[in-house]
Design a protein around this ligand. Structure first.
Ligand code: PLP
Length: 236
């Protein structure tokens, strides 16, 4: 197990490095977030032993359990899943980053619940770049207003945008979705914000995302293997 995670990590890092260099981007400009949802704490320990520092989780209860169990490892936690408003406190207390903020109510709660003494919570706004095909994410038309509001919240630090395009084998379409996210970020920066991050790309499309300017890729399957949801309880 340990060896397979570390070999898979090496392979993913190599793919990212190659994509960076082919896109004429400096080595190290893309941060790898290892998405560990559904995998046990031991799989995370293996990845940490192989030099991985940043991990992504989707489900609030599972995240809380792992974060509490693994505090000694100094992990940088990225919460990347849907957030219900009654679950914001755990995310505000344990996460370093949240990629999936798509409405002001959630942002306000995260800011209000961020414990005193902790640094501001880094936030990316999730944008629905696929139109009707996807349910989560803020509509592009609503993004400027949301971004301006989130930027004023005291305990959040607005860092960038995130997207999950609709699943498709069409790489031209995926590339277009990633370009959309990038131009939305650039437009916001033209209106006075200073957003650097583009969280886009997963196991199947991370190379494409790096070509289009991703600064963070969220990779699960290519590191930990296929997920088994059969034991998961319903709920978040
Ligand atoms: C599960 C998940 C990932 C990782 O997907 P893989 O295809 O396993 O790499 C990335 N981002 C989000 C938001 C996810 O939920």
């Amino acid at each position: 197990m340990s060896q397979s995670v570390s070999m898979a990590l090496d392979h993913v890092r190599q793919q990212i490095r190659t994509a960076e260099s082919q896109a004429d981007r400096p080595a190290g400009s893309v941060r790898l977030i290892a998405v560990s949802k559904t995998f046990p704490a031991d799989a995370i320990r293996d990845a940490v032993a192989a030099g991985q520092q940043a991990f992504g989780e989707n489900y609030v209860q599972e995240f809380a359990g792992k974060a509490a169990e693994l505090t000694a490892l100094g992990i940088e936690w990225h919460f990347i899943g849907p957030i219900q408003s009654n679950k914001t406190r755990i995310v505000a207390e344990y996460a370093h980053w949240v990629h999936s903020v798509d409405r002001i109510k959630i942002a306000e709660r995260l800011s209000a619940q961020r414990p005193a003494g902790m640094p501001p919570l880094n936030v990316c706004l999730q944008v629905n770049v696929s139109g009707e095909d996807s349910k989560s994410g803020c509509a592009p038309a609503d993004l400027p207003g949301l971004a301006q509001q989130v930027a004023t919240l005291p305990n959040l630090r607005l860092r960038g945008l995130m997207c999950i395009p609709e699943p498709t084998p069409d790489s031209d379409l995926l590339a277009a979705r990633f370009r959309t996210l990038r131009s939305l970020r650039d437009e916001l920066n033209g209106r006075g914000l200073a957003l650097e991050e583009l969280s886009m790309g997963m196991s199947s499309d991370m190379v494409l995302a790096v070509q289009q300017g991703a600064t963070m890729v969220r990779v699960g399957t290519a590191i930990f293997g296929a997920r088994d949801y059969s034991h998961r309880q319903i709920g978040n």
